[in-house]
Each structure stands twice: as C-alpha cells, then as structure tokens.
Design a protein. Structure first.
Length: 261
C-alpha cells in the first residue's frame, strides 16, 4: 500500500463570504502522481496555496506523514519537503543554468573572509542532477532563458528534488507549451515519480493528466465532485466527468440542433 505523505480531510476555505473550497478530501502517496483537475474558478489555486503554506484552511485538517501540520508560510512547507513550481517558474532568464539551479544556495569553499562560491562544484552538481532528469546540458554557463519551456520546467523540478523535496506541486506545467514540449514535461514528471517523489499535478487538461496520473481529483466551484484511480476510468470518461457529463451532452445536443438550422 502506498504511504500517504500528504492528506487533506474536510478542508474548507473562505475568502470573506466567498466559499473557495468546501469539505475537500485528498491524499497523496509517495512515488505517485496525483492529478487535481478543474476549470478556472474550480478552486485549484486555493488548494495549491494551502498545500504550499501560503494560506491556512478555515476548517478541516492538513496532515503530513499522518500528523496534523500547521504551516504559516511557504518556507514552512519547504522545510517539510513540499516544493511548489508555479507557472512563472521562478527563474532568471539571463542568468546561467547553474546559477538558476542554486539561486542563493550555492556551495562555497574557503572560510571566513576567504569564503567564496565553489563554481566548479555548483556546475558539476547542476549537470549531474539534470542528467538524472534526462537533460544533458553541454554548458552550465548557458543562460536558462535559451532553454525550451519544457527544459526550464525540468531544471526547476530537479532543483526542488536536490534541495530535499519529497512532494513537488506543479501548477499547470503544460498550459503554455506546445504538444512536443508538453510531452517533454510529462516525461520529466514520470522521472520524478521514478525517483520516489510524490507529484501533485494541477491542470485543466485531462489529456495530459491521464498520460501520467495515478489518481485523479476533479474540482468544480470549490467542491470535490469526483475521485478516480487510473485503473477505474478511461481517458474519455475522465474528460466527460471533468466537462460535467450531462452538461456536455446538453451542449452537444444544442450545438447539433443549431447546425441543422
């Protein structure tokens, strides 16, 4: 049985009088990919912010390794091994790949006033860690902005894993990418899973989610409306469930009638 690293039990979140999440239950296993699906306004962003320590739930429990967790800031989540990769990637395009890999956490050598960045070690580590993700960079001095969108995603994922992440939350990682680059990112997501990392894949794209996911949660207007293991649902049924099923059938009927006019 897969060990649950993270678990949400009955989590509810208000913003004033607006109910953003209502009684949401999610569990995330080690070495698995948990997909959270929903359209804009479904509550995905609020869920990310609770998991990453940016927001606290108003009701319910957030457990890490089976123990109730109280995160006051994103740094608390990072200290517990939870890293979030947002759509903007938090990279500096004109800086070298190795500098982006460490971003203030560079290895040093020497002591006291003679302490300095160990550039050779930093480049070596960055290159080795990216190789583990399947990226062979020729020159770590290359500006990260020259990499493809998928490769930049891989750098950020590898960085999170190197600095101790046990859970990596990916916020719409394929939304701004073409078909080929989306495929590259999905391959890196599977690489992270193979290394025992728990991946939370937040998306509005059921096609991409189904290719990599082990479990699927569908949010709609802050409520968890469906939960499936991959063995229990086809891609077509997942798409239909996310689209609302009956609503999709009604829309298809309406459009068919309109085309006949």
């Amino acid at each position: 049985m897969t060990e649950n690293i993270l678990e949400l039990r009955g989590v509810t979140k208000y913003f004033g009088n607006v109910l953003a999440l209502q009684d949401v239950n999610v569990h995330v296993g080690a070495g698995s990919i948990t997909c959270v699906l929903g359209d804009n306004g479904a509550g995905k962003s609020t869920l990310i912010k609770i998991l990453s320590g940016s927001h606290k739930q108003d009701a319910g429990e957030f457990l890490i390794d089976g123990v109730p967790a109280h995160l006051n800031a994103p740094r608390d989540a990072l200290a517990r091994g939870i890293a979030t990769v947002f759509q903007d990637l938090a990279t500096v395009p004109l800086m070298a790949i190795w500098r982006n890999f460490f971003l203030g956490n560079e290895p040093t050598k020497g002591w006291g006033p003679f302490k300095r960045i160990d550039i050779a070690q930093a480049k070596k580590v960055a290159r080795e860690q990216l190789l583990l993700m399947g990226i062979d960079i020729r020159d770590p001095e290359q500006a990260i902005g020259t990499l493809s969108g998928g490769e930049r995603q891989a750098v950020v994922i590898a960085r999170a894993i190197y600095f101790g992440a046990r859970v990596v939350i990916l916020d719409e990682p394929t939304s701004a990418l073409g078909v080929k680059q989306a495929g590259v990112v999905l391959r890196y997501v599977l690489e992270a899973k193979a290394r025992g990392i728990a991946v939370i894949f937040i998306s509005h794209n059921p096609h991409h989610a189904y290719l990599v996911g082990d479990r699927f949660y569908i949010l709609n207007r802050g409520k968890l409306v469906h939960e499936y293991a991959k063995a229990d649902i086809t891609r077509e049924d997942l798409i239909k469930a996310m689209a609302g099923g009956a609503e999709l059938d009604a829309l298809a009927h309406e459009l068919s009638a309109a085309n006949k006019k």
